[in-house]
Design a protein around this ligand. Structure first.
Ligand SMILES: O=P(O)(O)OC[C@H]1O[C@H](OP(=O)(O)OP(=O)(O)O)[C@H](O)[C@@H]1O
Ligand SMILES: Nc1nc2[nH]cnc2c(=O)[nH]1
Ligand SMILES: [Mg+2]
Length: 175
C-alpha cells in the first residue's frame, strides 16, 4: 500500500550476524545432549527438516537412538518467512511409538525464531519433548530444552549454509 514502509526480511531486521562453525555446532549439540540425557529416555527422534537433521543425527548418536523420523516443513525462502507448508507429516509408526500424542518422542530442530514452525509441530505432538540448539526470545517459550539464547535481531549462519571466504582488512573499510 502507498506510504507504508516495505516489509523487511528477517535478515534485514537481524542486525547481528552470528556465524556458527561446524566445531561450535558439534559442541553445542553435545551440550544439548547432556541436558536431554537427564530428561529421557526417548523412544525416537523427530527431526524438523531440514535444519533439524544435523542436530538430530548428533543427538541420536549420543543418546543411542536409532529410530529417527522427519516432519518436513518449508517456511523460509532464505531469510524471508512465508506460509508454513507441511511437505511430509510424521509417520504412522512414529506416531504409534508416541501413543498418538508424542509421549516419549524427542523433537529436534536447529533453532526457534518466531516459534511458528515449533508451534505447528507441537500441535501434532503435544506430549513430545521439544529441543533446539539455539533459541530467540519469541520462540523460546515453546522449547523445553535449548543451549544458547540469541537476541531476536540476530541472524544465525549455520556451517552448511556458509563457506570460508576472503574478508578485507578493517583499514580498507571492512565492517
Ligand atoms: O521459529 P520460526 O520463525 O518458525 O523459524 C525457525 C525455523 O526456520 C528454519 O527453517 P527453514 O524454514 O528456514 O527451513 P530449513 O530448515 O529447511 O532451512 C529453522 O531451521 C527452523 O526450522
Ligand atoms: N539460518 C537461519 N535460519 C533461520 N530461520 C529463522 N531464523 C533463522 C536464523 O537466524 N538463521
Ligand atoms: Mg528448519
Amino acid at each position: 500500500m502507498a506510504g507504508e514502509a516495505p516489509e523487511l526480511s528477517a535478515q534485514e531486521r537481524a542486525g547481528r550476524p552470528f556465524p556458527v562453525s561446524w566445531d561450535q555446532f558439534h559442541r553445542d549439540c553435545r551440550a544439548l545432549t547432556w541436558r536431554l540425557n537427564e530428561v529421557g529416555p526417548f523412544h525416537a527422534v523427530i527431526a524438523i527438516t531440514r535444519g533439524g537433521l544435523v542436530p538430530a543425527a548428533i543427538v541420536a548418536r549420543e543418546l543411542g537412538l536409532r529410530v529417527i523420523d522427519t516432519v518436513c516443513i518449508a517456511s523460509y525462502d532464505h531469510d524471508k518467512q512465508g506460509e508454513l507448508q507441511v511437505l511430509k507429516g510424521i509417520s504412522d509408526q512414529a506416531m504409534k511409538l508416541g501413543g498418538g500424542t508424542g509421549k516419549g518422542l524427542l523433537i529436534v530442530d536447529d533453532l526457534v525464531d518466531t516459534g511458528k514452525t515449533g508451534k505447528l509441530v507441537r500441535e501434532m505432538l503435544p506430549d513430545a519433548h521439544f529441543a533446539t540448539v539455539y533459541a530467540k526470545p519469541k520462540g523460546r517459550p515453546l522449547v523445553d530444552t535449548f543451549i544458547t539464547e540469541v537476541s531476536q535481531d540476530t541472524w544465525i549462519f549455520f556451517p552448511w549454509d556458509t563457506a570460508l571466504s576472503y574478508h578485507p582488512p578493517l583499514r580498507d573499510g571492512a565492517a
